[in-house]
Ligand binder design. Sequence first.
Ligand SMILES: [Zn+2]
Length: 455
Amino acid sequence: MKTKQQMQQESKQLKKTLLFHNTIMSEIRKKYQNVDNRKARQLISKLVAGKILKKYHLVTMAKKEFGFSTKLIRTNMTRADKLKYNNIKHQYLSLRALKEKIDEDSIVLQIDFAENYMCKFSNDIQAVHFGDSHQQVSLHTGVAHTKNGVVSVCTISSSMRHDPSAIWAHLKKVLPYLKQQNTAATTLHVISDGPTTQYRSKNNFFFLSKVPYELGFKKVTWNFLEAGHGKGPADGIGAAVKRQADSLVAKGIDLPTGKVLYEQLLNQQSTVKLMYITEGEIEEMDSLLPDDLLTIKGTMQIHQIVSTRPEEISWRVLSCFCADPHPCQCFGLKKVNILGAQNMETALGSPSSSTLTSTSQPIIDLHEGLIGSWCVVRYDGDPYPGIIQDVDPEGCALVRTMSHIGKKQVILAYERRCYLVPARRCDQAGPRASTSNKEACDGGANSLERNMLCS
Ligand SMILES: [Zn+2]
């Protein structure tokens, strides 16, 4: 029951908000009547229609979720910042949508290492601050979104290793547990941040194309959040586990090792599912690693790895689930063979080394994620390959296209302003960004064609 005072306070708050709202609306109305140019009128109507409010909402959310400053958007961002901001926004929105529309076929697992736990003795809490001879414990946390609800897991290990072998020793415990609870699930979506040494490395790519299949999954995607995002759900789980451990110590229970910590925590009531990983289990994963795995060029650009067959992976610069559960080719999905293939160099690498292939897609919607991508520009009926330099919201792209010098040499020479043709008619003179291939996402009729580019 709310107290009388609370209710009074709430109604005061409401009155204040309504008054504020009213004042703003009448201000806007007055402004609208007074402007005579079309652009300003549009801006005001957009504001009223809530578009700006929506954007503001998104910005606030991004700030809350990633610690991303709204100041950065207001001040002049550099191209790299803009790109990074757009990547963060894209990854956040597509992964949030993935969690929201979860069905019984899939499991979305967001993972991260929490800060190590320092083992404690009940009688020398003081000594902990010096961290001298106390053992440390690794905590690998996960939040699983499934049709049956959200599950929090924390795997505990005395090993300080945080490399791919360790990650997969942890996951090898977690995944069967999740599979057991969601027997129909065949697709595993993993979300992690992406420091190169841990999750975004060839050893991790190898394991993800292998271990889940052995556990009964048929498709795996691994999605990377842009570096520099804020606190994730993993921090919350890590903190909860540590809090529980500290309360045990306060009650006089010694926690000298990871194993004891695990056993003691098991006796406690907790919503976090706990598991223990031995050093031997991590070494076992080591032995599965082939020693001639190939490194993928431009690893830092990768935001999604897709695997639909054991030991096969593809990657792209941003995550996409538009044709789920079918695969789609958006954002220049590229297949790679980390186990060693002859034509690795052409299949992979930076945009400049990729070739125009039949997998190219029509560009339906121009967005800043396409900056740096290859496209085909049609000019006087001839196609010209080029790299997108900039895009603006009006559907116009600046493309640096290739041209011949003499008979043999080809250089990226001309910057051309291009208008997207399929989406809107182009009335201006100039070359047109065009579709090089009519194929859309190969996901079928219901795929949202929004981000096709020529690779
Ligand atoms: Zn797609």
